[in-house]
Design a binder for this molecule. Structure first.
Ligand code: SIN
Length: 538
């Protein structure tokens, strides 16, 4: 039998503790919790990096989309998801999401989710961009928090599920090519090890890679980095969704101002109070997110700050429907119902991630992925609003079902191009990126890296800008990292940033969240493909 190893190949620490279970779930958001509920026939260990509600789930405002309305159907929901995805969605994954959505949202309702109700007592359905009908269930403007509450209540009642919080997973333990467990630092900074034949990554997003983000501090892309370093396939990382409307006020946190606000009639205006979005897209304020985000930047460059206005809406309704945002605005000295609210884009969601099929199976035996960390292809190049909580629920439940099967057929989807080590070979470029940026230094502070990613790999990308970013990041990646918690966090962020910049440089077209100023058109002939990065094992 192979001796188990971790991907950093360090010998086990002498004082580490070993836990053996049937299933390990990394992450305490909607995907991880829903999976844990499905796995509870065995012994489950949930490892969460922070406390409950600190991940992206707890921050999700808008809601959860599901085809429950009388004028709706799974096929209409699927069609809207495909439209948002800009020609790159995996249609099987979309059918699963839209088709199974009502069942899993119904289950949440049975479990006591307190969503807002309409006058007939049915779940009230909100509207967001690119949805052709009202389809978004919501709990005020704190839907993720409510779903998290329901799932945590169920998980806590399960005697077979243990939760270790403030656990930072450092490595996957691999034996004979299969993932057989994890190593992690516990709350006291001690190294621990857990073994299980099946491990689920449900670690969420990576917004902290960028200077401006709606994501909480824990969204550092750990699952993507762990899987990549272990040799798993990573797909589509060039596709980052920049939410158009984060609060943009000097000294105030960049908190999300939900798209649901525009769904209920709020308008984007420039400093002349002109509703400018009609000049950029026929769907105006409810155009796809990437278009609204770029239009805001262009309008700001042309004419100064951009605002959201709700002044024409009923004040009492605004306060009742959006209490959290109202409160956050108040903290920043603004009245949501009466003031012009200054806004700008911020990194919000990553469509790419660990390559996974519709059952969460990754390219590594024993390793599964669900939720934002996974790339099933369900979102294509741009996620439809309010499909992310649904994704966590549906694919978390399906991953749990697959993890209980004996076999783990690797997820090897046919429509992927695999970039092993040298991506240059694939596109046939003549020149490699500059190794040394002008005036660059090997030291890269966290703030400088986030700023670099925002400037060079954010909403507007160019070959030169991405080359510069990549050269700096690759240099940072080759430096030794401290083996402690902070060093791990930094390594993960640098790995994910490097993968994003490399993927964005590679894709010479514009599609969904990925916009190249030097290749502004969508190019289906050359680029209607998913590209997968995989570390060459030597
Ligand atoms: C929002 O409320 O605008 C964000 C919801 C989402 O990202 O789907």
């Amino acid at each position: 039998m192979d001796r188990p190893t971790t991907n950093d190949q360090r010998p086990p620490a002498k004082d580490h503790f070993l836990t053996v279970v049937d299933f390990i779930v990394i992450g305490g958001g909607v995907a991880g919790l829903r999976a844990a509920i499905g796995l509870a026939a065995g012994r489950v260990l949930i490892l969460t990096k922070a406390g409950p509600a600190e991940g992206n789930t707890g921050y999700a405002q808008g809601g959860i989309a599901a085809a429950l309305g009388e004028d709706d159907s799974p096929s209409l929901h699927a069609a809207d998801t495909l439209r948002a995805g800009d020609g790159l969605c995996d249609e099987d994954a979309v059918r699963v999401l839209a088709g199974e959505g009502p069942r899993y949202v119904g289950e949440l309702l049975e479990w006591g989710a307190r969503f807002d109700r309409d006058e007939r007592g049915r779940p009230a359905l909100g509207r967001e961009a690119v949805h052709s009908v009202r389809r978004v269930l919501h709990a005020g403007d704190a839907t993720g928090r409510e779903i998290g509450r329901v799932l945590w209540d169920r998980v806590r009642a399960l005697s077979t599920v243990d939760v270790v919080d403030h656990a930072l997973v450092t490595d996957l333990v691999i034996s004979g090519g299969s993932v057989e467990g994890v190593r992690f630092f516990d709350r006291e900074g001690r190294l621990q090890e857990a073994r299980a034949p099946r491990t689920l990554l449900a670690t969420g997003g990576a917004g902290q890679v960028f200077r401006e983000t709606t994501n909480p501090a824990v969204a550092t892309g750990d699952g993507i980095a762990l899987a990549y370093h272990a040799g798993a396939r990573i797909a589509d990382l060039e596709f980052v969704q920049f939410h158009p409307t984060a609060l943009k006020k000097e000294g105030a946190p960049r908190f999300l101002i939900s798209e649901a606000i525009r769904g209920e009639g709020a308008r984007l205006v420039n400093r002349d109070q002109e509703p400018f979005m009609t000049r950029y897209h026929p769907d105006a304020d409810l155009a796809p997110r990437d278009i609204v985000a770029r239009s805001i930047v262009r309008e700001a460059e042309r004419n100064g700050p951009v605002y959201l206005t709700l002044r024409h809406l009923d004040e009492a309704y605004v306060r009742r429907r959006f209490p959290t945002i109202h409160e956050m605005c108040r903290g920043a000295g603004l009245d949501l119902a009466r003031d012009l609210i200054p806004v700008g884009p911020a990194a919000h969601y990553i469509m790419g991630g660990v390559d996974a099929d519709e059952w969460g199976r990754t390219s590594l035996a024993g390793l599964y992925a669900a939720g934002e960390v996974a790339c099933t292809g369900v979102h294509g190049a741009n996620r439809l609003a309010s499909n992310s909580l649904l994704e966590g629920l549906v694919f978390g439940a399906r991953a749990a079902a697959a993890m209980q099967e004996r076999a783990h057929p690797a997820a090897l989807k046919a429509d992927r191009i695999v970039a092993r080590g040298s991506w240059l070979a694939i596109r046939g470029h003549a020149s490699a990126p500059d190794r040394e940026p002008a005036g660059g230094t090997p030291e890269l502070s966290a703030a400088a890296r986030r700023d670099l990613m925002w400037q060079r790999a954010g909403l507007f990308r160019t070959h030169t800008g991405l080359q510069t970013a990549l050269a700096v990041l690759e240099r940072a990646e080759s430096q030794p990292f401290d083996a402690g918690v902070e060093g791990r966090r930094m390594r993960n962020l640098v790995t994910v940033a490097t993968l994003i910049a490399r993927a964005a440089l590679r894709r010479e077209e514009s599609r969904g969240g990925h916009f190249r100023e030097d290749f502004p058109a969508r190019d289906d002939r050359a680029w209607r493909v998913h590209v997968v990065d995989q570390l060459e094992r030597t």
